[in-house]
Design a protein around this ligand. Structure first.
Ligand SMILES: [Zn+2]
Length: 298
């Protein structure tokens, strides 16, 4: 499954049923330095101790070494769109547990605990807004919500976002930060890859409107393998982890050491998979310029 390609293979566990073991997550838990609580933060880029308020005021970017810390998705949305222009949609769509899935604890309990902790129904927020006065449909992942994993709700919200863009004939922007498909929803989460990709094809063919994909740290699994890589323009933040499977499983499969910087945004830019790396402070301006260039002149 896309969320967990680094879990132990059956051959490596000497007869132990591999699915009973605790899987190693593809995307590590958020580093301590980027935890939402606490007054001080250690920067993983330069090891400096930063006052959280200073970090927040600098858009989550270390003022010393420019390391881009993971950033609150709602703060990012607020920063990118024109002030007061964001109108949220579909916040009333709630996840269900179609498979009765239980791993460490029942999925339904895991959902409830995360919803209570974050005050969010699921891992995606979408709405209408303007950027540089241009109307757009925009949405962003909540990485803090179960690793930004894509279940049925995330896929449905993204599809509805794209369909609103088609109906309104406006550009679509998706900001990814995800470990991939949500394993607790099995095939229901995998089918979101096809569903969202089909909607994007209609945006291109029927509405002829641009889709901008912004990849942030991390963008992996089924999200990287579907709409995140289908942008007419694909932007990435500096030093974001971007890839499908985790580096360990790739290394063991091909039995070779991986090149330095593998699966970073810079590596993907060098190999033609990303169009531009944009520092966070320049994103709003870059999006405004891109939208003006990409929109058909009326
Ligand atoms: Zn730093």
């Amino acid at each position: 499954m896309a969320t967990d390609p680094d879990s132990p293979s059956p051959a490596s566990t000497s007869g132990v049923r591999w699915f009973e073991q605790t899987p190693e997550p593809l995307v590590p838990e958020p580093r301590q330095s980027t935890a939402p609580d606490g007054l001080w933060v250690r920067c993983p880029g330069c090891q400096a101790i930063l006052f959280r308020q200073v970090l927040d005021e600098n858009l989550g970017v270390c003022p010393t070494c420019q390391h881009h810390h993971r950033w609150d998705s709602l703060a990012r949305l607020k920063h990118l769109v024109d002030e007061g222009s964001f109108e949220r949609h579909d916040a009333d769509i709630l996840p269900v547990d179609p498979l009765g899935f239980v791993d460490g604890k029942p999925y339904i309990q895991r959902l409830a605990a995360t919803q209570n902790r974050l005050g969010e129904p699921d891992a995606y927020v979408a709405g209408s807004a303007t950027i540089a006065t241009i109307p757009v449909e925009i949405g962003t992942f909540h990485f803090a919500f179960m690793g930004g994993s894509m279940g049925s709700v995330v896929g449905e919200l993204i599809t509805r976002q794209i369909e609103r863009a088609i109906t309104r004939k406006v550009p679509c922007i998706i900001i990814s930060a995800s470990g991939g498909a949500r394993m607790q929803e099995g095939i229901f989460s995998l089918m979101q890859m096809a569903k969202t990709s089909a909607a994007l094809a209609r945006l291109r063919d029927d509405a002829k409107m641009p889709y901008i994909s912004l990849l942030t740290d991390p963008t992996t699994g089924g999200v990287a393998a579907s709409f995140a890589m289908l942008g007419d323009v694909i932007l990435a933040e500096p030093n974001a982890l971007i890839g499908f499977a985790g580096p360990r499983v790739i290394r063991e499969t091909i039995r070779q050491e991986l090149p330095p910087g593998f699966q970073t945004s810079q590596y993907l830019l060098d190999h033609g998979l990303v169009d531009q790396i944009v520092p966070r402070a320049h994103l709003r301006e870059t999006l405004g310029k891109l939208l003006r260039v990409l929109l058909p002149s009326s």
